[in-house]
Ligand binder design. Structure first.
Ligand code: GAP
Length: 552
């Protein structure tokens, strides 16, 4: 089965799932618009998350393997917050990527996204920026998919050779990324798309927060940031929720909403965008129970994707190495998916589950924390021995009235991306197969095998022909499905086989056809998307039959 990103992106545009933002003006890089079907799909992803994590969560039932019962509540906080929030959270000082500019192509690249490999070609050389020539250079590509092949074609381009000479390239070492070689070697790198070596600048830090201005004056004092994560809206409201909602530890506060990051090189469709939506849980618990809760959430979130149809072969749970951990994190695991834009065996992050300790609440209380010489988290000080970034000074501790103890809760954070999850569900659903047409001839079809909970359209209703009362009966069934709250489509144009194919391509699990027998025996054909099996169902039972199948 050929599941390529190119085909998935084309289908998304063709069928109205996802469009390039501002396309008629040439597009705005890193921003995407969801079309009618994409909107339904993403809403279903979000709703499934909110339903499974919050509204359907029953705190009276002890969850399997969990240390105790717990409550889950939601908040919806503003996109813009007090600038001090980002100073204490660490985003102001630490939320940056390393980037380089290319003097030749004028492009800007994230260091860890430039794939490079050292190469030479017997007797040939590549020009350096200063006019001198080099026998051996690093060639580069920004591609994730088939990057080895891309590097080969870049090497041939650099040495001015045709494809047939590929086996005369002499590779020195394996492919790596630009952040893994010393800066002194940058002078022998041919940057992505460049023709000469040594045109990349020294690496620089680039803060990923998007700046905006509040109010009419527009001075530096009015600068603010669009939130780069929804999590901080939860931390700064921790006390409000405890005081107003009578929640008791352990409990989770959840939020779904937009976040913004000035990604240097947004790419791979919606995977890395500048505006995206997150679905985050901050789970507050006693420090002595936090290790158990961390494992609980990590495993639960991993299972959630599988329950919604992601195959275990394409999903991994990867514990971070110590050097990968964020400044606040005591332990983190990523849930990763084998996106088709990656090479075989490579996975991309879908969700991070982090043990954040008491970093966030303490920072917002006392001032930004950092690790001291002994490796302990302590309030970071400036040259005058004062907090580098002042906290709120508010008491964000929790009083456990059963244990008669006051402490700062620890936090486990399962942080998912709604757009990334939607992309993974799109990629997972894509299949091509062969099915017999009306005359029994095998025809290839593209079918989006979404989990029924996620499918944007749950059922399509067709009159077989546009007469003999069939359109009227079909419209009646359509109305009943709609009244039951099911998103559905009505289609009467084209051969029935073509109508099935069109619905398969958008992942509609069930098609209902009103035909010649409907008037006499009161039944319709119900066709299943995946098996293409057709059964007869009574018109009076069709809504219930579909609802039951969707919920099974
Ligand atoms: N509060 C923790 C946090 O924000 P993160 O790993 O930076 O952690 C969490 O982001 C999730 O948000 C990621 O696993 C991913 O699903 C999504 N995400 C992050 N950056 C994104 C981007 N530029 N485009 C799309 N989704 C993104």
């Amino acid at each position: 089965m050929t599941r390529s990103m190119e085909k998935i992106v084309a289908l998304c545009k063709r069928r109205g799932f996802i469009f390039q933002n501002s396309e008629i003006y040439g597009g705005q890089n890193g921003f995407w618009d969801y079309g009618p079907l994409g909107t339904e799909l993403k809403r279903n992803v979000r709703d499934a998350w909110y339903h499974d994590m919050i509204s359907a969560h029953n705190e009276l039932i002890k969850p399997d393997g969990a240390p105790s019962n717990y409550q889950m509540v939601g908040v919806e906080t503003a996109l813009i917050m007090h600038p001090q929030v980002w100073k204490c959270s660490g985003h102001y000082d630490l939320f940056h990527d390393m980037m380089v500019d290319c003097r030749e192509t004028k492009a800007r690249h994230r260091l860890d996204q430039v794939r490079i490999r050292k190469v030479s070609f017997e007797g040939e050389s590549v020009e350096q920026e200063d006019g001198s020539r080099l026998d051996s250079v690093y060639v580069s590509t920004m591609s994730d998919e088939d990057f080895e092949a891309e590097l080969t074609s870049e090497a041939l381009r650099a040495f001015g050779k045709k494809k047939k000479y590929a086996d005369r390239l002499q590779w020195d070492g394996d492919a790596t990324t630009l952040d893994r070689i010393p800066e002194s070697d940058f002078n022998i790198v041919v940057g992505p798309g460049a023709t000469k070596a040594g045109t990349l600048t020294s690496p620089r830090e680039f803060n990923l927060m998007m700046k905006t201005v509040i109010g009419a004056l527009g001075t530096d004092d009015d600068a603010a940031f669009l939130r780069p994560e929804t999590a901080q809206g939860i931390f700064v409201n921790f006390k409000n929720v405890v005081d107003s909602c009578r929640v008791k530890l352990p409990f989770g506060i959840c939020q779904v909403g937009k976040s913004f990051r000035n990604e240097i090189t947004p790419r791979n469709f919606t995977f890395r965008s500048r505006e995206f939506e997150q679905m985050e849980i901050e789970f507050f618990c006693r420090p002595d129970q936090s290790a158990g809760w961390y494992t609980y959430w990590r495993d639960r979130r991993y299972e959630w994707y599988q329950k919604l149809g992601i195959s275990a072969d394409r999903l991994i749970l990867r514990d971070h190495h110590a050097e990968e951990l964020a400044h606040y994190s005591v332990g983190t695991a990523d849930i990763e998916y084998a996106f088709p834009f990656l090479d075989d065996g490579e996975f991309g992050e879908l969700e991070g589950v982090a043990h954040r300790g008491d970093f966030d609440l303490r920072s917002h209380m006392e001032g930004k924390l950092a690790r001291d010489a002994a490796g302990e988290l302590a309030v970071e000080q400036n040259e005058h021995g004062q907090p580098r970034h002042r906290g709120s000074g508010k008491d964000l501790s929790y009083f456990d009235d059963q244990a008669r103890e006051r402490f700062i809760p620890h936090v486990i954070e399962p942080s998912a991306g709604a757009d990334r999850a939607t992309l993974a569900f799109l990629c997972e659903a894509y299949e091509e197969d062969e099915q017999p047409d009306d005359k029994g001839n095998m025809q290839s079809r593209t079918v989006m095998k979404f989990h029924p909970r996620l499918a944007p359209i749950k059922a399509a209703v067709f009159p077989l022909i546009k007469k003999e009362g069939m359109p009227e009966k079909a419209a009646e069934i359509f109305g009943e499905l709609k009244a039951a709250g099911l998103s559905c489509q009505y289609e009467q144009q084209g051969a029935i086989g073509k109508r099935y194919r069109r619905q398969d391509e958008i992942g509609t699990p069930y098609c209902i056809t009103v035909d010649g027998d409907t008037a006499s025996d009161g039944t319709v054909t119900l066709r299943d998307r995946d098996s293409t099996e057709q059964i007869r169902v009574k018109v009076a039972d069709v809504v219930q039959e579909i609802s039951e199948r969707l919920n099974s």
